[in-house]
Design a binder for this molecule. Structure first.
Ligand SMILES: Cc1ncc(COP(=O)(O)O)c(C=O)c1O
Length: 381
């Protein structure tokens, strides 16, 4: 990284991503499909970079939110099955078919258009019906499920390959009773289809927390997002894991965000720093300017916390700007222009985790890494 021209960049640890895939493979066994969730630029880890590593280390499928993500993956030469989790506009269904993606479905309009486009292309579309089990986001209500499935069978050129659902309250709590109700409803949905002669090859409902905590949610495939990147879904999930399972499952974070010092200057005592004159120096201060701001995903709420320079904490002074932050390096005399700054990750004995960063910013690890601007280079190390 020494001669990099970038002012800020993200390093993705290949070793960490591979270790996480290996942990999940051990957990779910070889007969279940492992489908990392790579939407939102692979939770900020770089869509193509992370997907390639996942597949090389034994993942079977990938799941994305939208057709454009599938297009990027196909253009990068990745040939694995891709499941689109989000809503695909009717006008994009044809492209999805051409890219050979699977669709998550819950609207009649989608089915009719998909059937028409598949017929024109001489293809059979593969769909995964999303059963509504209590999240009340996407999904088909239980009373509509059978007629929806029958409609799919009648229109032609569509195969019902999968049945899925998504948990509403599995990582935000140590009380998993609502998740258990959802599993029950999911089983009932499957049974209803079976009783009416509709068998589905791939049933799936497990996100990271479900996969880690409840083997009975693994069914035929697991859709693991956050934990594939080495982050626990929440403190509650970690505590539940320790209480209920504690069987040697480990996660390794893969994300390090760095930048270079853009200026070092001496600011006398009694001077203001940054917008709103929000900070006033109480002593002669050696200040480093770091070319990263809220445009890059460095949350403005972080203003009173720190970055790492030469393994030491350098506290922010003044407000986070659009493209810059200012930090106090008075006690880091060795700091020089273009020295490396760790915004998130490990430097010597110090670590800033995505969880810590999230606490500072009043949000969760999921949002922290996905919000780091896609424009910033992801370098696999
Ligand atoms: C439908 C669906 N499945 C799976 C996931 C992965 O969830 P997690 O990152 O908690 O593993 C998500 C993430 O939001 C999702 O929306």
């Amino acid at each position: 990284m020494e001669d990099m021209k970038e002012l800020t960049w993200v390093e993705i640890s290949e070793k960490a991503l591979k270790a996480n895939v290996a942990q999940f493979r051990k957990l779910i066994g070889n007969d279940k499909l492992l489908c990392p969730c790579v939407k939102a630029n692979a939770y900020g880890h770089g869509l193509v970079e992370a997907s390639r590593i996942f597949l090389e280390s034994g993942a079977d499928w990938l799941s994305v939110n939208a057709v454009y993500e599938a297009r990027i993956l196909r253009e990068a030469g990745l040939t694995s099955p891709i499941l689109i989790l989000g809503y695909v506009p009717l006008s994009s269904l044809k492209e999805g078919l051409e890219l050979d993606t699977r669709f998550t479905v819950y609207n009649y309009e989608t089915i009719d258009r998909l059937s028409e486009e598949a017929r024109k292309l001489g293809k059979t579309a593969k769909v995964h019906i999303k059963a509504e089990t209590g999240n009340n986001r996407q999904g088909v209500l239980s009373e509509d499920l059978l007629s929806f499935a029958r409609h799919i069978q009648e229109v032609g050129n569509i195969e019902i390959e999968g049945l899925s659902t998504h948990f509403a309250n599995i990582e935000d709590t140590t009380d998993h009773s609502y998740a258990m109700i959802q599993i029950e409803r999911f089983l009932q949905a499957d049974q209803l289809l079976k009783d009416n002669g509709i068998t589905v090859k791939i049933k799936h409902c497990a996100n990271s927390a479900a996969t880690i905590l409840f083997p009975k949610t693994h069914f035929d495939m697991v859709r693991v997002g956050i934990a594939s990147y080495g982050m626990w879904p929440s403190k509650e999930t970690y505590v539940s894991y320790l209480q209920e399972r504690n069987s040697g499952f480990e996660l390794t974070p893969a994300f390090t965000w760095k930048a270079k010092i853009a200026q070092i200057k001496n600011v006398p005592a009694g001077e203001f720093i940054g917008y709103g004159c929000a900070f006033k120096t109480t002593h002669d201060t050696k200040l480093a300017i770091i070319p990263v701001g809220y445009y890059d995903g460095y949350d403005r709420g972080i203003s009173n916390n720190y970055v790492l320079i030469h393994g030491k904490r350098a506290f922010l002074r003044g407000r986070v700007c659009m493209n810059m932050i200012m930090v106090d390096v008075t006690d880091i005399p060795e700091a020089r222009l273009e020295d490396t700054v760790t915004l998130m990750g490990v430097d010597g004995e110090e670590t800033i985790t995505a969880e810590q960063f999230g606490t500072w910013a009043g949000t969760i690890n999921y949002e922290v890494t996905t919000r780091v601007n896609d424009r910033i280079l992801r370098a696999v190390v």
